[in-house]
Design a protein around this ligand. Structure first.
Ligand code: SF4
Length: 220
């Protein structure tokens, strides 16, 4: 969306319907579950508008949770045990019921969030937070979310002033592992520089390097 999306506020509801962009099988390409076969569900809308965002999340349908779960379970089959709920910003919508239902089906649930919203989710849900700079620097991640975060994923770019440094957003207080991921600027030279930059930061600080495997593979 490259910052052109409308800012959408959190929605209330019981979670029996959610606004869904798509549901698809793939390989999780990023973060602590990288390389694992997964079913992704992309929810609509975001409460931020980042200029580097290359995700489409404003074309969506309202779906009943029974249909959503049916589709996910069918796509999961026997070998995909991981369900990734992403967006947009997935915590914008009432996903508590979806998470609970998927866990009861024996699936592993991971969400990707920007760390600015909170919902009380089952403790078994894995939360990967990718903080964003909204006011010229990273805002500290929400205090109520921090204790539940499994990993923090920072997008870094060699020549992007706002995305050069890994800043303290609460990771030290909670011992949260940090992943650094090169920004995809859709430019071979810049992306190469970003990969080298991310690798250097990881090596020098003991962070994990996260490459977007799905983009390397040319899959969704
Ligand atoms: S928080 Fe994520 S989904 Fe939302 S605009 Fe930023 S990069 Fe895109």
């Amino acid at each position: 969306m490259h910052g052109s999306n409308p800012i959408r506020q959190p929605v209330k509801g019981d979670g029996t319907t959610l606004d869904v962009v798509n549901i698809f099988p793939t390989i999780q390409g990023e973060g602590p579950f990288a390389g694992q076969p997964a079913v992704f569900i992309r929810l609509s809308g975001c409460n931020l508008a980042c200029d580097f965002c290359d995700t489409e999340f404003e074309v969506f349908n309202s779906m009943h949770i029974d249909t959503i779960v049916e589709e996910i379970v069918a796509l999961a089959g026997e070998h995909k045990h991981l369900v990734v709920i992403t967006g947009g910003e997935p915590l914008r919508q009432p996903i508590e019921l979806l998470c609970q239902t998927l866990l009861e089906r024996g699936l592993t649930v991971q969400i990707e969030t920007n760390g600015t919203l909170y919902r009380p989710l089952d403790e078994r849900v894995h939360i990967v937070c990718s903080p964003k700079t909204t006011t010229g620097r990273y805002a500290r991640v929400r205090e109520d979310l921090l204790p539940h975060i499994d990993a923090l994923k920072f997008v870094v770019a060699a020549d992007h002033a706002l995305y050069r440094d890994i800043q303290e957003v609460g990771q030290s207080d909670y011992g949260i592992p940090v992943y650094v991921q090169p920004m995809d600027e859709h430019d071979d030279a810049r992306n190469h520089a970003n990969r080298r930059y991310a690798a250097t930061i990881a090596e020098e600080n003991g962070y994990h390097l996260s490459l977007q495997l799905h983009k390397i593979l040319g899959i969704a």
